[in-house]
Write a protein that binds this ligand. Structure first.
Ligand SMILES: [Zn+2]
Length: 469
């Protein structure tokens, strides 16, 4: 016996609507309904943002349920289609509960809100990026702020001359940062060598460590045992993540000091006159590993020195064409930020639709080739074609089929990979911030985000750039 249900779909922009991702949601729900024995008798739909109040389709759905109390199920593709905003989401879910209606997500199953343990996942999901979360974050950061005046470990990377051990602070058992006896002498020597040679790069090379990393340590108050806190985090209402100019530094040492105050001030003096200039590091070329030339070659970052100036460029490994690094990076940043994909990239269906389309097309081609192969084979069997004349054609076909099968399996791998990636609006905001504020210490973060968002960039020439998200 079928369970009577209605379904609800929503896409967040008109563009997505045109892409037909509502159709995709419908398809998934219908499939789910058939499998789970639901009879869908009505559809409600909205096109807008999830956190916008008064969605017409949703309001219609609610009145409909009020009038037709025999309907006990609402099917959605994913609970975030029903709502993305916590307070309204709860209100709507309670409305359903009051009518004895259950919300069922094709992807997640029953979305419970009855306050039992089982309803926790739905609640957590609904909380999303809302104010309640902001309160929790504030509580945690306030707490961390207090602990920042101690040597308590608060997560993140640890300077290599320190280590984390179990300990306690005012009777509270926790992880603390202490001197790393194994590395302490080495890093102290590296720092003292900077003073000795009055040269950062020289100390780096003598001690075989990265000059850029060394240079980044030299201004740290941590060297004399002070602790800094709050360097990374929400910058303002537009930028959730970034590196703040203002941050907290303790008044007195709380960490083991690698240098004396005198040594530290000598290093500050050296820093002012001796900067690490040359950077052969590929780390600083943000678009390496994802950028390709029209000829198929990979573009790799490199630099040459002419007089006092360092010329940075990207060069194709195959045809050797070069692009000025700054020019290319600026163009790419612009292209990425203005690309329509970026505005809807967080939509799961949308991001995957392209790959699915590609796979479908390859499969159609494969099927055609296989049919031709079958036709030729049956002609041979029926004696209408000679094996010799057909064998060349068959060989060609065999190869094309193998190639296509390989492409399809690669694309399917990619699809699985992409399905595991979760991209949030936070990532996009961060990307926007990073691309407009590229600084050396952000490059690594920026590269990670770019790799998460962008599959491939192909550059035919500077006017002809394709970005695949
Ligand atoms: Zn090339």
């Amino acid at each position: 016996m079928n369970k009577i249900a209605v379904k609800y779909t929503r896409v967040s922009t008109n563009q997505q609507d045109a892409r037909g991702s509502k159709v995709e949601q419908d398809k998934h729900i219908e499939k789910f309904a058939e499998k789970e024995n639901y009879l869908v008798i009505e559809t409600f739909t909205d096109t807008d943002h999830g956190d916008k109040d008064n969605r017409i389709g949703l309001e219609d759905l609610k009145s409909y349920l009020r009038l037709n109390q025999s309907i006990k199920y609402v099917l959605v593709y994913h609970s975030d289609r029903f709502t993305r905003e916590f307070r309204n989401g709860m209100r709507d879910l309670f409305y359903l509960e009051e009518l004895g209606v259950t919300l069922i997500s094709a992807l997640e199953g029953v979305v419970k809100v009855d306050g039992t343990y089982d309803s926790l996942p739905s609640l957590v999901r609904l909380i999303g990026a809302q104010e309640d979360k902001a309160k929790i974050v504030k509580k945690v950061t306030d707490n961390m702020y207090n602990y920042a005046k101690t040597n308590r470990y608060l997560g993140g990377s640890v300077l290599p001359w320190l280590k984390v051990i179990k300990g306690d602070i005012s009777g509270v058992r926790c992880k603390i940062m202490v001197k790393n006896e194994d590395t302490w002498r080495f890093y102290r020597k590296v720092l003292l060598d900077v003073i000795r040679y009055r040269n950062i790069a020289k100390s780096a090379s003598v001690n075989n460590i990265n000059a850029v990393t060394l240079a980044s340590w030299l201004s740290m108050p941590e060297l004399i045992g002070l602790r800094t806190f709050g360097k990374k985090g929400k910058l303002n209402k537009n930028h959730n993540k970034g590196r703040r100019k203002e941050y907290f530094t303790t008044d007195s040492p709380v960490l083991p000091a690698l240098l004396s105050k005198e040594e530290y001030s000598k290093i500050q003096e050296i820093r002012r006159t001796n900067r690490v200039k040359s950077r052969e590091d590929t780390e600083q070329y943000i678009f390496t590993n994802m950028t390709f030339c029209g000829c198929g070659g990979k573009l790799a970052g490199n630099a040459f020195r002419k007089g006092k100036r360092l010329h940075k460029y990207y060069r194709c490994e195959k045809c050797k064409i070069r692009y000025n690094a700054k020019v290319l990076e600026n163009i790419l940043s612009e292209e990425i930020l203005n690309h329509p994909h970026l505005h809807m990239i967080n939509d799961y269906e949308f991001r995957l639709a392209d790959i699915i389309d590609e796979i479908t097309e390859y499969k159609i081609t494969l099927k055609k080739k296989q049919n031709i192969e079958m036709d030729i084979l049956s002609l041979i069997i029926e004696g209408l074609a000679s094996k010799d004349t057909a064998s060349k054609k068959l060989k060609e076909l065999k190869k094309e089929i193998t190639d296509l099968e390989l492409i399809i399996s690669k694309k399917e791998e990619l699809l699985t990979e992409e399905q595991q990636k979760e991209i949030t609006e936070d990532h996009i905001e961060m990307l926007r911030f990073f691309l407009t504020n590229i600084t050396e210490d952000l490059i690594q973060d920026l590269k990670e985000i770019l790799n998460l968002l962008i599959r491939k960039i192909v550059i035919e020439d500077l006017e002809n750039i394709t970005i695949k998200f």
